[in-house]
Write a protein that binds this ligand. Structure first.
Ligand SMILES: C[C@H](O)[C@@H](O)CC(=O)C(=O)O
Ligand SMILES: [Mg+2]
Length: 488
């Protein structure tokens, strides 16, 4: 299921009036835009080329066969991605690669949505995009027709993330830097110009953001050195997927302890007796001092969450993640109020639609740990706004990762967060899951249970072409075999 777009987007005059509106620059302030492009040039920026081609493919890995990734709600996930590649006419061979994460079925729907957004990207100069990134973000998310099937949520927002992730990868590759370093080196004003503040100015204005980023410049060099030497602390979820047998759980946990892991997450929420047994196994193995987190993946109602977690409190979890619907902000607040006195925090975010939901979770004191996701929010742009809001509310960010490629991407955001925004590691760690890294050209590097900052230019999003071909759905070699076996 591949779709290729040649650079054949009609010129403005040829468009019907409804489409023409889309082409009008969204930035209200042309001189500001010109100044930003000039600032890019002044900073010795290497940005070049017009986007001449966009392709998107449906890539799926049959992880459900081994129970990998399973939880109380998603019992048989096939970790998958809509994989976007953009090319320019710069003739330098550099491509931007972007993904968004899916669980198998439905990836084809995200592919459709990427195709529907493609005309916003094609024929654009990269320097105009990044010179007015806020305007470009707004253009993608405010398409007068597509917005109706969002807005800024669901399939269309996942597609936005995939496209923008590809743009960030392209930009960073052209600058010869990994995304985290591109962000760390970026002038605070330029960073702020990437963020759409619409709907969040009641808690974070452009001036607030600038102030936070300017404070973050202090001792930035030391923190960068520290990251390069020690990496960013991580925790593992790979031992305790819900579909794993007790034996597998024990074996993986023993190995993880040997590998130096000190923080573990266990899936819960389907059956209380099972949860008690599995939590007992893992707590016995890791001992009382190491950190344990629990994840219910939205399985419970609000009172049920409180009651269930009261029974698991004896295993001393640091947090319960996604106890109820990700949309239920006041429900999270009620659960938080009941569980914090038991020493259990609330973590959520992997399925938070957008910055507005995060804003309200923060306003309602509904979470103690905020979990950004590199592929659900609108790429780096929207994640920047959430990192800054978290800083303002002094809530630690512990990103969601795992899936396919999520570790590769989110490491850039959290390393930037430490160096330039939070300046703290207190109560902070980034999720790690040990699956599918071999399919990436620049896989994550974990040392001493920490993410080591990537050094290759880009967003670590590029997949190996051979892996993509093999796992393309439904006509890649892997799926042809699996689908034929299912028929027999
Ligand atoms: C379906 C995914 O594997 C999900 O269980 C991941 C998740 O909740 C997490 O890593 O946290
Ligand atoms: Mg989770």
């Amino acid at each position: 299921m591949s779709a290729l777009f040649a650079p054949t987007v009609p010129r403005l005059a040829a468009l019907p009036p409804s489409r023409r509106a889309l082409e009008i620059p969204t930035s209200p302030d042309r001189p500001v835009l010109t100044a930003r492009v000039a600032r890019l040039r002044g900073a010795g920026s290497m940005v070049r080329g017009r986007i001449s081609r966009l392709s998107v493919r449906d890539v799926r890995f049959p992880t459900s066969l081994g129970g990998h990734g399973s939880d109380a709600m998603h019992t048989d996930p096939d970790y998958s991605a809509a994989y976007v590649v953009i090319e320019t006419d710069a003739e330098d061979g550099i491509k931007g690669c972007g993904i968004t994460f899916t669980l198998g079925k439905g990836t084809e729907v995200v592919v459709c949505a990427v195709n529907a957004l493609a005309h916003h990207v094609l024929n654009k100069d990269l320097k105009d995009i990044v010179g007015d990134f806020r305007g470009f973000y707004r253009q993608l998310t405010s398409d007068g027709q597509l917005r109706w099937i969002g807005p800024e949520k669901g399939v269309v927002h996942l597609a936005t993330a995939a496209v923008l992730n590809a743009v960030w990868d392209l930009w960073a590759k052209q600058e010869g830097k990994p995304v985290w370093k591109l962000l760390v080196d970026m002038d605070p004003r330029m960073l702020v110009s990437c963020i759409d503040f619409r709907y969040i100015t009641d808690v974070l204005t452009e001036e607030d953001a600038l102030e936070i980023l300017q404070k973050g410049q202090v001792a930035k060099k030391e923190r960068e050195k520290q990251m390069l030497a020690q990496g960013y602390p991580a925790y593992t979820t790979s031992c305790a997927w819900l579909g794993y047998s007790d034996d597998t759980l024990k074996q993986l946990c023993a190995q993880a302890l040997k590998d130096g892991w000190t923080r573990f997450k266990v899936k819960v929420g389907a059956d209380l007796q099972d949860d008690v047994r599995r939590c007992q196994i893992i707590r016995d193995m890791i001992g009382p001092e190491k950190t344990l987190m629990m994840d219910a993946n939205q399985r419970w109602d609000v009172p049920e969450a409180v009651e269930w977690m009261s029974k698991l409190a004896k295993f001393k979890p640091l947090w319960i993640e996604e106890p109820t619907s990700p949309d239920d902000i006041l429900g999270h607040a009620a659960i938080s109020k009941a569980l914090v006195p038991l020493g259990i925090g609330i973590a959520t975010g992997e399925q938070c639609h957008n910055r507005v939901i995060f804003k309200q979770l923060l306003q309602a004191k509904a979470l103690q740990f905020l979990q950004i996701d590199s592929c659900r929010l609108g790429s780096v742009n929207e994640n920047l706004s959430v990192l800054l809001m978290a800083k303002k509310f002094e809530i630690p960010v512990c990103p969601h990762a795992g899936g396919v490629g999520l570790c590769e991407l989110v490491q850039h955001l959290i390393i930037f967060d430490y160096i330039s925004v939070s300046a703290s590691l207190k109560n902070r760690m980034c999720e790690y899951v040990d699956h599918l890294h071999e399919h990436f050209k620049y896989p994550v590097m974990i040392q001493r249970a920490s993410y080591m900052p990537p050094k290759d230019p880009g967003y670590s999003t590029e997949m190996k072409e051979e892996s993509v071909k093999k796992h393309q759905y439904p006509d890649g070699e892997v799926w042809k075999k699996l689908l034929a076996a299912q028929e027999n």
